[in-house]
Design a protein around this ligand. Structure first.
Ligand SMILES: Nc1nc2c(ncn2[C@@H]2O[C@H](COP(=O)(O)OP(=O)(O)OP(=O)(O)O)[C@@H](O)[C@H]2O)c(=O)[nH]1
Ligand SMILES: [Mg+2]
Length: 391
């Protein structure tokens, strides 16, 4: 077989692909040379062929090309890797390495395997919006269900409120404190955001968007203040101090909060793209708040925002979110780090740079919102008959 005496180079490289569960994965590329030693890697480790699963091929072929008006014969090598019956374990970064006496070359591609859908979402907002709009609280003393959005700096707490407002106001809502600069928390005041029901008044829902948790007890919102907020001791407009918690003499301190003043559901917010970078100190703070909520019987959920920044499959098509192995893994990581079952974790995308309404963003948020409304309402119903002890 004739070989070209040069170091290996690629004529064509591997391309990223997405396949369905059970389908065949097919990767191929072409090298400018023959007599090459070819090896494959998956996620940095040499790929070992499994019989009836992997097929690696290396075909040396002779072709003709024109060079200086002359037809010349050149040799090249077509390399391919086929993987049968793809499943989630086959997802990963695949690399091909070429080697001869004169040198080496390699190229990589990402293979995404779409899983069978493990959670379903009704992707039709016409049916989901009315059920929220018609919702009524089964207790005259409680005017609105209160949700506390709590989590690290810059994960999308304010953007979550914006997204919910956008859905019910029917236009992109941008003026509620979403910040672009990373770093220290932008939201420092205890605010309450209501949701307008179009032109028909307000929905019985209120969101408190608070200063993000930061590293160290002396930075960011204090754990004891979050617990005070959940108990209903903090009123709107209170400016959080990092050095000390709210004091009873503070005019914003509510001495005897009623069931209506309490938080009815704790929403821990984490960024899907930032979970794996969350430090131990952060996690312990969030766990402490969740434990305090458990002690008060307050339901807790996790909103895992910024899914588009963590998962290419989801970024390409939000409807594939519950087919993504990456999202599944992040939900498991989140559940292990913060505690709580994965069915209380909602991966979400907020309005970010969109200028128009997007039904997929809306439906994913509405799916989570519908669930948390039920859970918060269950809490109100349960505590309507049980007296609350304030301390
Ligand atoms: N791509 C993308 N960006 C998002 C998403 N959610 C929020 N963002 C962006 O993330 C950044 C931080 O969002 P904020 O809503 O200000 O975060 P926050 O948690 O309120 O931040 P602090 O109040 O500072 O603690 C902003 O640039 C948002 O536009 C999302 O789902 N996808
Ligand atoms: Mg904010």
């Amino acid at each position: 077989m004739g070989g070209n005496q040069s170091k290996p180079e690629f004529n064509t490289v591997l391309g990223d692909i997405t396949v369905g569960n059970g389908e065949q994965i097919s990767l191929s590329c072409e090298a400018n040379n023959t007599g090459l030693t070819v090896t494959w890697e998956k996620d940095g480790y040499e790929l070992k062929c499994v019989q009836n699963k992997h097929t690696m091929e290396q075909n040396e072929i002779e072709t003709e090309t024109e060079s200086k008006d002359k037809k010349v014969k050149v040799w090249k090598t077509k390399c391919s890797l086929k993987i049968q019956n793809a499943d989630e374990r086959d997802q990963g970064n695949y690399t091909i390495n070429l080697e001869n006496k004169l040198g080496t070359a390699s190229c990589s591609a990402m293979v995404i395997v779409e899983l069978n859908e493990w959670r379903t979402v009704q992707w039709n907002q016409k049916e989901m919006v009315p059920s929220v709009k018609e919702f009524k609280i089964d207790n005259d003393q409680v005017r609105e269900l209160r949700f506390l959005l709590y989590g690290p700096v810059g994960v999308g707490k304010s953007s979550t409120v914006n997204t919910i407002r956008t859905i019910f106001e029917g236009r992109p809502f941008v003026n509620c404190l979403a910040e672009t600069a990373a770093g220290r928390s932008f939201t420092k005041t205890y605010e309450k955001y209501g949701i307008a029901n179009g032109k028909e008044g307000m929905l019985p829902l209120a969101f408190h968007d608070i200063m993000g948790v930061e590293k160290g007890e002396s930075a960011g919102v204090r754990t004891d203040d979050i617990i005070n907020a959940m108990k209903g001791h903090i009123t709107e407009g209170y400016v959080f101090h990092t050095e000390f918690p709210i004091i009873e003499k503070d005019p914003k301190y509510r001495r005897n909060p009623s069931l209506s003043d309490r938080i009815h559901c704790l929403v821990s917010v984490v960024g899907a793209d930032k979970i794996t970078m969350m430090g131990k100190e952060f996690i312990n703070k969030m766990r402490k708040v969740r434990e305090a909520a458990s002690g008060m019987g307050i339901p807790q959920v996790v909103f895992m925002t910024r899914v588009d920044l963590a998962c290419p499959l989801t970024k390409g098509n939000l409807k594939k979110i519950y087919r993504s192995r990456k999202i599944k893994e992040l939900m498991n990581t989140c559940s292990n780090l913060l505690g709580g079952p994965t069915n209380c974790i909602f991966p979400l995308k907020n309005y970010h740079d969109e200028t128009h309404m997007n039904e997929e963003i809306n439906c994913l948020m509405l799916d989570a919102l519908t669930q948390i409304i039920h859970w918060a309402h269950d809490y109100v119903v349960t505590f309507s008959t049980i007296p609350i002890h304030n301390e």
